[in-house]
Design a protein around this ligand. Structure first.
Ligand SMILES: *Cc1c(COP(=O)(O)O)cnc(C)c1O
Length: 391
């Protein structure tokens, strides 16, 4: 290894796209990551929502190692055993007939795919999304993402086919959805936007409005799907099945992967209308099979429900003067502060806890689903300590 600190080299060459934190992470195991000096941190970010099984889960590590020595790349113009196994497994986990899949390599790509699939299947070209939504940064996904800060520099390049309506506001949705609407895209819990779970009645009403208008209901499960909310998919809390959903982040245990899933009864899309070189590659498929099998066999969605409720109860039981509200569902928790979140995150890092913001004043906890109560208690103690010092 070269003898120059990582931050020196990265600062010299980085795109500048990322606000950086002064920490060089070199290793991870379970819920813990370590820096170059060997300092340990509890990763309550799951590496941005990805490490559902924690870092370097042995099932994923060995599946990746084995597949890396068998076959890494195989485009979807050929059949592949691992890909077939993943399709089969996904179909067993998704409710209803959400059994048709397009595999890709990231969340934003899954959203891009969902937009195209919706247009192809409905012959329509208008989209309804929600205020405070986050759906990714590529130009198509960006048009759905609400925050004007992300969109405005590219205003001339993004589509104006998207109408943003207030989240959890049924009347607004009613007015925006027309017989031109191809898709209504909604997060089951808004993550980046501040950790706001959808009201069950809202999702149920969107289901009904989509049925009436012929629009497809698309739930973005990239951040909250695969067990985080305490159910396999966030929309299950509302007892509905969407026409389509997007997966990403934790799907392949840290190996890049995204997926668009839609109802079998809607049929396939015409050949040649979409594609991806890396989509559905055997390496990512093997990692996803190991991840999903472990989530299922260890009943991690249930564990997220139990530990998430416990965490929420503990956090809500203390009326801290720096806290305005605590909300969440399963192991996605937002602590809305009266002040800015950045100094709190900085202090938490000094205390050995990595956490995320969601907007300017929400502290977001997104720990691995395998986290235990002792680790959660350590996080809670550090959060109170960091908040005590802010006043
Ligand atoms: C992270 C995220 C995306 C974008 O995923 P990338 O892999 O970063 O492109 C889209 N939607 C939601 C809800 C997300 O949390």
């Amino acid at each position: 290894m070269i003898d120059i600190p990582a931050f020196t080299i990265e600062d010299q060459h980085t795109s500048g796209a990322y606000p950086k934190r002064p920490l060089t992470v070199v290793r991870g195991q379970g819920c813990t990551v370590w820096d170059e000096q060997g300092n340990a941190y509890i990763d309550a970010t799951s590496g941005q929502g990805v490490a559902l099984l924690g870092h370097c889960h042995p099932a994923v590590t060995s599946a990746v190692a084995e597949q890396a020595g068998t076959l890494v790349t195989c485009p979807e113009i050929f059949y592949n055993d691992r890909r077939a196994e993943l399709y089969h497994l996904l179909a067993s986990l998704t409710p209803g007939d959400l059994n048709r899949f397009f595999l890709c390599n990231s969340g934003a790509e899954a959203i891009e795919g969902a937009i195209k699939v919706a247009a192809l299947l409905t012959g329509r070209s208008q989209i309804v999304a929600t205020r405070r939504s986050f759906h990714g940064r590529t130009l198509g996904a960006l048009a759905l993402t609400w925050n004007p800060k992300y969109r405005e520099p590219f205003a001339g390049l993004t589509s104006n086919a998207v109408t943003h309506v207030t989240y959890n506001d049924l009347e607004a949705a009613e007015q925006a959805i027309t017989d031109e609407t191809a898709a209504v895209v909604v997060e089951a819990v808004q993550g980046e936007g501040g950790v706001y779970p959808a009201d069950a009645e809202y999702l149920q009403a969107l289901r009904r409005l989509c049925d009436e208008s012929g629009a497809l209901l698309v739930t973005d499960e990239i951040q909250v799907g695969l067990g985080r909310t305490g159910r396999w998919f966030g929309f299950q809390h509302a007892d509905i099945v969407p026409d389509m959903m997007t997966l990403g982040k934790g799907l392949a245990g840290g190996v890049p992967m995204g997926a668009v899933c839609w109802r079998d009864s809607l049929g396939p899309i015409p050949g040649g209308t979409h594609g991806s070189t890396f989509g559905g590659n055997p390496l990512a498929c093997a990692a996803a099979i190991a991840t999903l099998t472990t989530l299922r066999d260890e009943q991690l969605p249930d564990r997220a429900a139990q530990n998430g409720q416990w965490l929420l109860d503990v956090l809500q039981s203390k009326a801290h003067p720096a806290v305005r509200e605590v909300r969440g569902q399963g192991l996605i928790i937002g602590i809305e502060l009266r002040g800015r979140v950045t100094p709190v995150l900085k202090r938490l890092q000094e205390l050995g806890i990595l956490a995320l913001p969601a907007g300017l004043n929400v502290l977001r906890l997104l720990p691995p689903l395998i986290i235990n109560r002792d680790e959660l208690q350590t996080v809670i103690d550090a959060v109170w300590e960091a908040l005590d010092e802010q006043n």
